[in-house]
Structures are given as C-alpha cells and as structure tokens.
Design a protein around this ligand. Structure first.
Ligand SMILES: Cc1cc2nc3c(=O)[nH]c(=O)nc-3n(C[C@H](O)[C@H](O)[C@H](O)COP(=O)(O)OP(=O)(O)OC[C@H]3O[C@@H](n4cnc5c(N)ncnc54)[C@H](O)[C@@H]3O)c2cc1C
Length: 817
C-alpha cells in the first residue's frame, strides 16, 4: 500500500513536470515536501528511506546550494570546457551565425508549442503570381520537349531561351523597380516545381539565376550603382549570370578555395586604378558556358599594404564581365545527360577594379558570410521544389501506369509488392510537399532558418532518389528504355545532381543539420560556450553558473517528460486537435522530449569531440528532420481543411516519420559512447520498448488505391504539376489512358462474369465485332473497349530506333522507327 502511494505520488509529480516547465528549485522543494510527508507517515523502511533520501538530497544540495554548486560543479566544469573547447574558425562562426532559428528549435528543446505551429501563415500565391504560374509557366511547359533538349540539342532551343527571357523567368527574385517580377519564395518554388517535372534541364536553367548567385548577392550586398546597372539587365536576360565558388581543390570545403586576388594598381578603361589581379580555376559552374557575367569567389591578399596593415583579407565576391581579358570560359561538362549549361572556367592575371567587388571595397573579406547567409535561405527553395516536383510527377505517372498496365489479368498496382512501392511514393511525396510549404511559410515571413533549409534540401533530394527509384521499379522496362516517350529516365539520371549541389548530402546530414542545430537551437549550449570563451574570470564564472543551473533543469525536465509520456503511451501529452491526428501530435511531443534529453546528454558527454562523431550526428539529424516533417504533415492537413480523403496518406506519412525518429534515437542509444549509460537512458526514454510501428499494410493499401484512380486526394497530392490529357503528349497519354481504361473496366467485368472470353486465335477487334453482332455489347461499349485498348498500347509502348542511328549516337525524333 505504502509503495503504491509512493509510486502514485511520484507519478503525479512527474506528470506535473511533464505538463509544466517547473524550475529546478521549486521542483526540489515540492519533492522534498512530498518525501517528508511520506516519511512522517511511516511510508519508508529505514533502508528504503536512506536510499530515497540520498538519491534526493545529493543532487539537490549539489545543484541547489550556490556555494557548493559553484565550487564542485560550475568551476571545475568551466575550467575543463575552456581547456577542451575547440577554437571556432571565422568561417565556422559565419556559418553558425548565418540565418536564425525557427520552429525546429521548438522540436529541439523538447516542448513544442503547437499554437506557434498553427499560427504560421501557410504561403499562398498572389493573383499576379498565380496568373504567371497558370499562364507563362504552363505555356512554357507545353513548349518543352525534354528528349529534344537532352538528347538532340544538349541545350534549350532558342525559342525556349527567348521565351524565358521575355517573360522574366530569370528575374523572379528581382524587385519590380529594377524590372523584375518580385515574386515570393513560394511563387519561385511553384514555378520550379511545375517546370522541372517537365524538364529538369529547363528547371535548373531557371532556378540558378534566381537562387544563390549574382542577383541575390547584389540585392543584399550590392552598391546602388551595381544594382542599377546589373539588376535590370539580369531581370530580362540581357545578362546571363553564373556563380563560381567550387574548384578542383575546394568542393565541400569551399572555404579552402586557393583562388587569389592580389591588391595592385592596373589599367582599367585607359586609366591606372587600384584593383585586384586575379588567378583562379573553377569547375562545375552552372550556366558558366553561356554566362555573360561571372560571380566569382576568391581570397584577397594585400602584400604591399595598399589597403592597410592586414595582408590576408579573406574571401571576397566580385562580378566580372566574361569578356574581361585573361578569362577562359565556354567549355562544358556533361552532367549525367542533363542539358543545362555547366562547365569550368579559369582566369590568368585578370585585372579588375575594386568596384567590381560586390558591395565595393568595404566588402573585401565579407564574401564567405555573404555566401552562407544567402545559402541559408536559398537552399530551402529551388532543390526542395525539384524534389517535391519529382515526387508529384512520380506519384501521378506511376499511379496511372500501375492501373493501366496489367499482368496476370490484373492492374499491377493491385499486387501487394507494387502497393508497397506506390505507398512509399505517395507518402514521401506528401512529406516533401508538406516540408516545402512549411519552410516557405518561414522564408516568406522573412525568416532565414538555416537548419530547416538544410533539412529540406537533404530530405527532399534524398526522397527524390527514393521515389524516382520506386517509380522506375514499377515501370519495369518501360522506365528503362530511353527515348522521346520516356518521362522518367532523365529524372532518374539527373537526381544525383540535386544530391551533390548546395551542400553535398552526406556532409549536410552528418555535419550541418545537427552540428549547427545543436549550437543554434539548444537554449544553454551557446551561453556556456560564450562563458568559456569570456576573458574576465568572474564574469565567466557567473555566466557559466547561471547557464549551468538552467541547463540542469532543462535536462531533468526533458528526461522526466520523456519518461512520463512514454509510460502513458503519450496519452499525458497535449494535442491541439481532436480526431485521428491527435495521437501524432502527442507522439511527436513524446519524441521531442526524448530527443532533447538524449541530445543534451550526448553533447554534455562528448563536448567538442562531438564534431568528429558524424555517425551520431547523422542520426540526430535524422531524428530532428523527421520531427520537422511530422509537424509539417500535421500542419498541412489542418491548413488543407482536414480533408477526409487525405487521411490515409497523412497517417502513413506521420507514422512513417515518427517511426524513423524512434529508430534514430534507438540507434543513437545503442551506439552511445558510454554503452552502460546509453542502456540506462534507453530504459528511461523507451521504458516499454519501441512502441511506434511502421505504417501497416492496410494503410499502405489505402494510399496506393488512392493513387491508382482519378480523385481529389490524388489531385491534391500532385497539385502544381503541368497536367495534360492530350494523347500526343508524353505524360498526357497516361492521363488519357487512365480515363479510358477506367471507363472500359465495368464492361470487361461484365464480359468476364458472362464467361465471354476472347478466343486465343481471334483478333481483339474481330472479337468485339462478333460481340456486337451477338448483341452482347453495344457499339458504344465496343468503342470504349477499343479506345482503352489503344490508349493502353500507347502507354506501354517503348521507343525503338534503327541500329545505324544508335551507332551514330544521333537519335533525332524524326529518326525514331
Ligand atoms: C552539376 C553541378 C552543378 C554545380 N553548380 C555549381 C555552381 O553553379 N557553382 C559552384 O560554385 N559550384 C557548383 N557545383 C559544385 C558543388 O557545389 C560541389 O560539387 C559540391 O560542393 C561538392 O563538392 P565535390 O563535388 O568536390 O565533392 P567533395 O567535396 O569531394 O565530396 C565528396 C563526398 O564527400 C562528402 N564529404 C566531404 N567532406 C565531408 C565531411 N566532412 N563529412 C562528411 N562527408 C563529407 C561529400 O558529402 C560528398 O559526398 C556544381 C556541381 C555539380 C555537379
């Protein structure tokens, strides 16, 4: 009885901690009071009393009595941290300081405030933006023939370049006063989504001038003269920009560029001026071969002290017309058969005046900061849009194909094995879209959440790889044989480009997401690091002690919340909604508390050594990212008005994401640097074992079924795509066939039930004639069956070529057999 009372009291206490963030001091007082009452009531035997009181008193005194805490905890810890704290380089500091934190910090800290999530305004298109997406973008999509672009020309046709320039596709981020479209990040993303599903080469061509590059840098850092000169010319395509950072010796470690600019006097437009003598070698530069103006990153040196005392001035960005003497540019790389322009460039003793530097002389050495600040927003727009677009295209085409294509007299989409792939395509597409929208909500509200944009860039490009692979599998040989009617193969080929650029994915997952997230989102870590770096010892001690007290309280609360939520099957966590999705909010709250406790413990244990633990960091990145996507899924469902038809895909995605969070945390604890501690914490975080499950088969079946036929949920899942019903169009023929096949199915079913089977040796059309003559089917029904048969044939046909043309490597569309 006593023990029961004790446990009930303790659980009540834990519950209070779980629901409210009680300060550590109050917590100790309440617990002490509770123990005292219990002891006075004779609730403990002597041994139990001794044990319980020791467990309570030792940490309470250690943390609660200022003198003792300072002497035995804060000061020794501060000394140790100051000794081992790795020095942060200037480039690391710039990366950490670029952008800000947003919703991910709520998830990181273990107690997400659902009101905030609900209140984020989901992005919408203005009338003008919508008219652009439905007008010029739609028209451009109709003009595009990706096979012609990628195979025959290896470039966009002149009329497509011209159309893009005339309709200001290259000026989406440029303000109207400079002649641009001044679109929101959401509109920019919608344009890229629609276009790149049609042709990745066209999508990338539009995306590059609108993301990290000359226009973006000029807008934020350019002088008025630079803006007035370049922005109108960039907006209407008179100038084609590129931005060159990467070179043979500096890829992921871009801050290590060996390219130099030496301050010197030189000739410019017939006058002797102060400037820079540049030498560089760059590669992989998108739009480089056709660029007219080159954005260049290099390191500035001033050995003769022409600008001051500092000889090594740091990374700097300049805009240089490509016809400047000494520049070699124009040759092309061949990135996985994609046709967007990409190539190397180099410069030998190229002299530029100082006013070519973006922002002028005052911005010498500020280049790295400028780049990471721009990247912290930009990487959340273009590539994530390409990922979501690939998901939508895969969902729409693969669902239709899996219905139309029949084997064993059944649509292949009805086989359980294919259903698994379809469900993954549907679920991951929903997640990519939800993540895209939530991130755009932040960007269009003026936030620069660099951890969120890294999460989105990583996952939307990784899931693009997954969904396109799944789509290829479901299409079988139809996806493999290349030619003008293959709508999948170019995406399949090109997807590693998205994986590699704007922060290569392995690096982004294993270094950036959690590495930056931990420092930026943790409420105490940065303060402790700053205290450790403080010169004045008294200040350092005071600051550190304050941060440490808060930190201890934060850790205990998260651990207890996690334990209570887990023991109660998350029923004690709050949900802001009722109905089927409430459970996912509660589970997410549970996972968030567990994540906060486990990540905190890991950081405390490893300190600066964590930097080298990329496997652990990668798993934390997974856990944080999947929590972000779970919240995005739930928000999208609410913002869409809770459509019932979407519930299967919403639940599949939410279950899948939460399961992945649990998996990542479990893997972290199993690979914990101190094994026994890992097991102990695992027991507290998952006291009842791993209770979250992968989405079950029946849920997967419902997601797949939704994708196999036209309907509101399928349309919502693939919203924003260019959809054609024209049987002559590369994907239009699928939509056309789907409608015709569905129309014919009841007739086929009736014939089967009447045992009307086509004789093996009889032609299909002749057999239908016979059925009409026998009054088994009407003429309309005959037409419907014939139309479905023909449309199916058009869909399952693959391209074929004459052997001679194959050998010549010049398979033009007219030469298709
Ligand atoms: C088609 C294409 C277009 C591009 N466009 C441009 C452009 O317009 N302008 C421009 O400046 N650059 C551009 N790039 C360059 C691109 O940004 C780089 O390719 C990218 O930064 C990676 O560099 P790398 O290819 O040299 O790979 P490496 O740096 O050699 O990396 C190879 C692998 O190692 C991993 N890795 C490296 N360091 C770490 C680490 N510490 N921890 C874990 N993993 C690590 C990477 O994730 C990657 O998987 C483009 C590249 C391509 C292919």
């Amino acid at each position: 009885m006593n023990i029961l009372l004790f446990v009930a009291g303790l659980l009540g206490l834990f519950y209070a901690i779980a629901r409210h963030r009680i300060p550590l001091r109050n917590l100790a007082l309440i617990t002490g009071l509770f123990l005292a009452v219990f002891t006075l009531m004779g609730g403990f035997s002597f041994v139990w009393g001794l044990l319980v009181w020791s467990l309570f008193l030792v940490p309470s005194i250690l943390f609660g009595v200022d003198q003792i805490r300072r002497e035995f905890l804060s000061e020794p810890l501060l000394r140790r941290i100051s000794r081992v704290l790795p020095q942060m380089s200037e480039t690391e500091r710039a990366a950490i300081e670029a952008g800000n934190v947003w919703w991910e910090a709520e998830l990181f800290r273990g107690s997400p405030d659902w009101r905030k999530l609900k209140d984020y305004a989901m992005p919408t298109l203005s009338e003008e933006e919508e008219a652009f997406v439905d007008g010029p973008v739609e028209e451009l999509c109709g003009m595009i023939d990706d096979w012609d672009i990628t195979h025959r020309r290896q470039d966009l046709p002149p009329e497509v370049w011209d159309y893009m320039k005339r309709h200001l596709f290259f000026g989406m981020i440029i303000p109207k006063k400079y002649g641009g479209l001044e679109f929101s990040a959401h509109a920019h993303s919608c344009v890229v989504t629609k276009l790149s599903a049609r042709s990745i080469s066209a999508g990338v061509t539009v995306m590059v001038p609108n993301s990290l590059g000359p226009a973006e840098l000029l807008l934020h850092y350019g002088t008025d003269a630079q803006k007035d000169h370049y922005l109108p010319r960039l907006a209407d395509g008179r100038e084609i920009p590129c931005f060159a950072l990467t070179g043979p010796d500096a890829g992921s470690d871009a801050s290590a560029i060996p390219d130099t600019g030496v301050v010197c006097m030189g000739q410019h437009e017939g006058r002797e001026v102060l400037g820079l003598r540049l030498n560089w070698e760059k590669r992989y530069i998108t739009l480089g071969p056709v660029a007219t103006v080159l954005g260049l990153a290099f390191k500035v040196y001033d050995p003769d002290g022409l600008l001051g005392d500092e000889p090594d001035l740091g990374i700097t960005c300049a805009l240089i017309p490509v016809d400047t003497p000494g520049i070699t540019i124009g040759r092309r790389h061949f990135p996985l058969n994609a046709a967007f322009q990409n190539g190397p460039n180099s410069g030998k003793d190229v002299f530029i005046p100082l006013d070519y530097i973006i922002g002028g002389q005052q911005n010498i050495g500020r280049g790295w900061r400028m780049l990471v600040e721009s990247l912290s927003a930009g990487r959340g727009i273009s590539l994530p849009a390409v990922g979501a677009s690939a998901g939508k295209a895969a969902a729409r085409t693969t669902g239709a194909y899996a219905h139309v294509r029949k084997q064993f007299n059944t649509s292949i989409g009805r086989f359980e094995g294919v259903e698994e792939a379809l469900a993954r395509i549907g679920g991951l597409t929903y997640m990519m879209e939800a993540g895209r929208l939530l991130t755009l909500a932040a960007l269009d509200a003026g936030e620069k959440p660099s951890v969120v944009t890294a999460i989105l860039k990583y996952y939307n490009t990784e899931w693009m790889r997954q969904v396109v692979n799944d789509a290829m599998d479901v299409h079988g040989g139809r996806g493999i044989c290349m030619g003008p009617t293959n709508y999948l193969a170019r995406a399949y080929q090109t997807l590693p480009v998205g994986i590699t650029v704007e922060g290569a994915n392995i690096l982004t997952r294993s270094m950036i997401i959690f590495g930056q997230g931990a420092i930026r989102c943790h409420p105490y870590l940065m303060r402790e690091m700053q205290a450790a770096g403080e010169q004045d010892p008294v200040q350092a001690e005071n600051q550190f002690d304050k941060a440490l007290t808060g930190h201890a309280s934060y850790f205990v609360q998260n651990l207890v919340r996690s334990l209570v939520f887990s023991l109660s099957g998350s029923h004690l966590a709050k949900s802001p909604v009722k109905g089927r999705t409430a459970q996912y909010y509660r589970r997410l709250a549970q996972m968030s508390a567990a994540f906060a406790a486990v990540s905190d413990l890991t950081l405390m244990l490893l300190g600066g050594a964590f930097k080298r633990k990329e496997k652990l960091s990668g798993r934390f990145a997974d856990a944080l990212s999947y929590m972000f996507f779970t919240s995005a899924i739930l928000k999208k469902f609410e913002d869409d008005g809770r459509p019932k038809a979407d519930l299967p895909v919403v639940e599949w995605s939410a279950k899948y994401s939460l399961y992945q969070v649990q998996l990542a945390l479990d893997e972290i604890l199993r690979n914990f640097p101190v094994k026994s501690l890992g097991l102990l914490i695992r027991g507290m975080v998952f006291p009842l074992g791993l209770s979250l499950r992968y989405p079950n088969d029946s849920l997967g079946h419902r997601v797949a079924a939704m994708m196999l036929k036209p309907g509101e949920a399928r349309d919502r899942l693939t919203k924003g795509l260019f959809v054609s019903f024209d049987p002559q169009d590369v994907t239009g023929k699928l939509e056309d066939a789907l409608v015709k096949v569905i129309a014919a199915e009841p007739i086929e079913k009736r014939l089967r039930s009447q045992q009307q089977l086509k004789p093996d040796l009889m032609d299909y059309a002749d057999w239908l004639d016979q059925l009409v003559a026998d009054d088994v089917i009407s003429v309309e029904e005959q037409q419907s069956l014939l139309a479905a048969r023909q449309a199916t044939r058009d869909v399952i046909n693959v391209d074929e070529f004459n052997p001679g043309e194959m050998a010549s490597g010049n398979l033009t569309m007219d030469q298709v057999a």
